[in-house]
Design a protein around this ligand. Structure first.
Ligand code: PMP
Ligand code: GLN
Length: 384
């Protein structure tokens, strides 16, 4: 045997719960509301633009940072929405989805022994990226049914080893958001430190009930230390295209680009051409809160008389449901049982919590056609 023992860099990182639950959904032919992806087609016009770019011969490498036309559109969008003007040459990079932006953002700055504060439940890539760079994740559990940050606790967890804080609003998996007050509190807390803020804003356009997304780019003192990561996958129903970007001050972006260069160098050229044109119409993303709020409200209304209890999601296309009136079974077992016996797949939230704390909650992705939501609700009404 050439490798009798592999010295894994990530020995305790299990298979992603998203692959696991989507795999089970397919095995049992269940309705799949587990892994977060929209059940809608991409806009035909956007697809035509990609096709046109291919026909026009954009089939070689794009510039490392992304094509200038797309960078310009993104920067204008951020300025219009949040009042911050990033520099088109030095403060933006187009990436292979937000995942690669997050990977570059963490890898560029986290050295062995550095601490990174991560709010739990957390999207599952932050911690392994920190660990694979020798960093130490410092988890802080969000509090209560609405998953709020306890800023006093954050203050106690900041040390001279803290290199980075990761925030994610609107938040996956809870659907909670950070308010303006939260951001101001964070800004105050980080003043006079050299802590970098990684702000994962992939659900920036999926926010409900007239709430406003509080981007780190909108707060002057936060923007000076922030790497803001975003994704076209969530916004334009095409998670499989793996297109995203990050913005950050030049001094940070210079380092991020070094990791970007050695991981992918550049991303899909025809799609960059297409998005550069498509983003010229702001309706394509400004219509999203309304679209998804209707989905959320429809799903909540359909399940209101079941034994599953909910606090309406404030953003994202996820809704948590509490099943504690039905059974005391663990969420992992209950989620598996729902797939096998009822043919409905969701995500058990405990996998994202500190010490796998189990609050008897499942996450449902409601980015689906109404017919799918109706079928899911019918199943839920029969349970318990
Ligand atoms: N951050 C969060 C919170 C996510 O939910 C996701 C993916 N669903 C990502 C990052 C990754 O985005 P992308 O698919 O663009 O890589
Ligand atoms: N972000 C998606 C979710 O939360 C899944 C992404 C993935 O499968 N890696 O469900």
């Amino acid at each position: 045997m050439i490798f009798p023992e592999i010295n894994s860099k990530l020995p305790n990182t299990p298979e992603s719960i998203f692959s696991k639950m989507s795999g089970m959904a397919s095995q049992y032919q269940a309705i799949n509301m587990s892994q977060g992806f929209p059940g809608f087609k991409s806009d035909d016009y956007l697809k035509e633009l990609v096709f046109k770019a291919m026909k026009d011969g954009y089939n070689q490498y794009a510039p490392l940072a992304g094509i200038p036309e797309l960078r310009e559109e993104i920067i204008n969008k951020i300025e219009n929405l949040h009042g911050k003007k990033y520099h088109v040459d030095s403060e933006i990079t187009v990436t292979s989805g937000a995942s690669q932006a997050i990977y570059c953002g963490i890898s560029a700055f986290v050295h062995p022994g550095d601490e990174v504060i991560i709010f739990k439940p957390a999207y599952d890539i932050y911690e392994p990226i920190v660990k694979s760079n020798g960093g130490i994740p410092v988890p802080i559990q969000l509090k209560g049914k609405e998953y709020q940050v306890d800023w006093e606790e954050v203050e106690t967890k900041i040390s001279d080893k803290t290199r980075m804080i990761v925030i994610n609003s609107p938040h996956n998996p809870s659907g909670s958001i950070l308010s303006r007050e939260d951001m101001l509190r964070l800004e105050k807390l980080l003043k006079n430190t050299n802590i970098i803020l990684l702000s994962d804003e992939v659900y920036e356009h999926i926010i409900f009930d007239d709430r406003k997304h509080q981007s780190a780019s909108a707060f002057k003192d936060l923007a000076e230390r922030a790497i803001v990561c975003a994704s076209f996958g969530k916004t334009f129903h095409n998670t499989g295209w793996k297109m995203g970007y990050c913005v950050a001050p030049e001094v940070l972006m210079k380092e991020i680009r070094k990791i970007h260069e050695i991981t992918v160098f550049c991303v899909n050229h025809p799609m960059q051409r297409a998005f550069a044109e498509y983003l010229k119409n702001p309706e394509t993303y400004l219509s999203l809160p309304n679209f998804y709020q209707q989905k959320r409200d429809y799903f909540l209304d359909l399940i209101k008389d079941t034994k599953f209890k909910t606090v309406p999601s404030a953003g994202t296309y996820f809704q948590l449901v509490d099943y504690s009136e039905i059974t005391s079974e663990s969420d992992i077992l209950f989620a598996a049982k729902m797939v096998k016996e009822y043919r409905l797949a969701s995500i058990p939230v405990s996998v994202f919590n500190i010490d796998q704390q189990d609050h008897k909650q499942l996450r449902f992705c409601f980015a689906k056609e109404n017919e799918t939501l109706e079928k899911a609700a019918e199943i839920l009404s029969k349970i318990g």
